[in-house]
Design a protein around this ligand. Structure first.
Ligand code: FEO
Ligand code: CA
Ligand code: CA
Ligand code: CA
Length: 535
């Protein structure tokens, strides 16, 4: 476990920067050195929030929020904004930072709120209810504009760029062979976090697909038929069609499933271009005792072909999941397609290290170091999780060093790190994802309050402090933190507020209050405190 002192000790990253800055260009297009020169050693302009159990979205002083989009908002005549918003990506239209297409993942549905299906009533779910649930997942592409007069981001209803990808949208596999006999899948689901490619497409990650379609072994027999939603009563979809990274063109909605990146419970897909234009992608398998992966594309501007590697932490090596080179894979699989469909098994066979649920991954814009949220592993007694730091000598290196960057726990005031985002100063923002029931019902999480957004400055007198900036409403998880292209607004999703409501009582009424049902929503956070942090 890293102590505060350990953490501060390796905060001094200027030395590393000199050696590593050349290949690392930030998402803003500024070089690492520009960012470093801009970083002032200022005081934090707010008092961190205390832990709270209030059914409110609480913000540190000097910050306020507007709601940009809520579940059910009409995008056009046929499409509505889906449920349980997660990853956010922003795509400026013709370079205009105040006029963008926003992508938002919709991770999973709700029987209580979306389809009004009551398991306890003993009546089978109808096809109409299944369709409603399947249409509520996937992702939304929505035009959003900044109104300078009102100082507010709004979405543009009926804009031709507004589109949905849902659990029912046909999506082809980007692979020369069929997958489980088909060249395309019915829809995308379980869209958790994601990433943006250097060529401006977005990656949306299919995580807990087994909740929708179960799991199937190498012999084609179902190994797990226990789905959460029961969609299989009306649709016959192979589990092999899900658990992929899906690449989407933000201005057309054209999508494809990238088989090359393997089939796991993908949380995120974080990219970086190599100097020769090929692309590196880091991705984690959010499941107890599953692995971390690195992919290196064969060509610039495409992730369709390349090599997938799994991390062996003991050796500090990325090991290729390459059928043509690994005897153990040749013994256990028919070909590379089978290796990629059963990535977890292949990773185990070549010596991938079991980790404590790798979630989001972000790359430090100053040093190029890779940060991985390891949220927890409760069967192993790891309740509070940590953030791992990986240091590679070069971006395409097959060796690395690693250490614990931050460990969750009572002393540090957070547990279960999940989504992360670096700001333009190179400071870290991260959300927590304690399970809704654990927040009030598990002694191990007592005193942590509701799930929150935290800020960790990497420089200045408060370097290394973990500060709570936003506290979510009851049962919610804050997801998808993403800065606007001008860094004046922080977009944030409030996912699954009121998830543990009962027929008798709603546990949350956020955001409308009163007796209203809760609604997952995207908020835009701004204000003088955020301005000061970005100055
Ligand atoms: Fe969907 Fe791993 O969070
Ligand atoms: Ca997550
Ligand atoms: Ca992120
Ligand atoms: Ca999570």
């Amino acid at each position: 476990m890293a102590s505060r002192r350990d953490f501060v000790k390796f905060m001094g990253r200027t030395g590393l920067l000199a050696a590593t800055m050349a290949p690392f260009i930030s998402v803003t297009g500024n070089s690492a050195m520009d960012i470093l020169l801009n970083a002032e050693e200022g005081q934090i302009p707010f008092k961190p929030l205390a832990a709270s159990y209030a059914d409110e979205l609480l913000l540190a002083e000097g910050m306020n929020y507007d709601i940009v989009l809520s579940w059910g908002d009409k995008l056009n005549d046929k499409d509505t904004f889906g449920f349980n918003n997660d990853y956010i990506a922003m795509f400026p239209i013709q370079g205009n930072k105040h006029d963008c297409v926003m992508w938002v993942n919709h991770e999973y549905t709700s029987e209580r709120f979306v389809s009004n299906f009551d398991k306890k009533a003993g009546i089978a779910k109808t096809l109409e209810q299944v369709n409603t649930e399947m249409l509520s997942v996937g992702g939304s592409l929505v035009r959003v504009k900044y109104d300078k007069k009102k100082g507010k981001w709004n979405y543009v209803p009926n804009d031709p760029l507004n589109r949905r990808l849902t659990g029912l949208t046909d999506i082809p596999f980007a692979w020369p062979e069929p997958i489980a006999g088909f060249t395309k899948a019915v829809g995308t689901n379980s869209n958790c976090a994601g990433g943006i490619t250097p060529w401006g497409t977005l990656l949306t990650c299919e995580e807990n697909y087994d909740d929708c379609w179960g799991e199937m072994g190498q012999d084609g027999k179902m190994t797990d038929k226990k789905t959460v939603w029961g969609w299989e009563a009306y649709y016959s979809c192979s589990p092999w069609h899900y658990g992929w990274v899906v690449e989407v063109e933000p201005f057309t909605g054209k999508a494809k499933k990238l088989i090359s990146l393997g089939r796991i419970a993908h949380e995120a897909a974080t990219t970086k271009a190599l100097p020769d234009g090929r692309c590196v992608v880091y991705t984690g398998d959010d499941h107890n005792d599953e692995c971390l992966y690195k992919f290196i594309s064969d060509k610039p501007n495409s992730l369709e072909t390349g090599t997938l590697y799994v991390a062996n932490m003991e050796k500090g090596e990325w090991i290729a999941l390459d059928y043509s080179k690994q005897e153990v894979l040749q013994k256990n699989f028919k070909n590379q397609t089978e290796v990629l469909i059963h990535t977890r098994k292949a990773a185990e066979l070549v010596g991938g290290t079991k980790l404590d649920r790798p979630e989001d991954i972000e790359i430090d814009p100053l040093t190029g170091n890779v940060f991985v949220a390891l949220t927890n592993n409760t069967p192993k007694g790891n309740y509070h999780g940590s953030i791992l730091k990986i240091v590679e000598p070069t971006r395409d290196s097959l060796t690395f060093k690693h250490e614990v960057f931050l460990a969750g726990g009572k002393e540090m005031g957070f547990a279960c790190p999940d989504n992360m985002e670096f700001d333009k100063k190179g400071n870290l923002w991260f959300t927590s994802d304690m399970s809704g029931k654990a927040i009030t019902g598990d002694e191990n999480y007592k005193g942590f309050g509701n799930n929150s957004l935290f800020y960790v400055p990497f420089s200045g007198p408060d370097a290394g402090k973990v500060m709570r900036v936003v506290s979510g409403p009851v049962d919610s998880e804050l997801t998808g933190p993403k800065f606007s292209p001008d860094y004046k607004t922080l977009f944030l999703c409030v996912q699954h507020p009121g998830e543990y409501s009962t027929n008798e009582k709603l546990s949350s009424n956020w955001p409308l209050g009163g007796d209203n049902i809760p609604k997952p929503s995207v908020v835009a956070i701004s204000g003088p405190s955020l301005d000061k942090l970005m100055k």
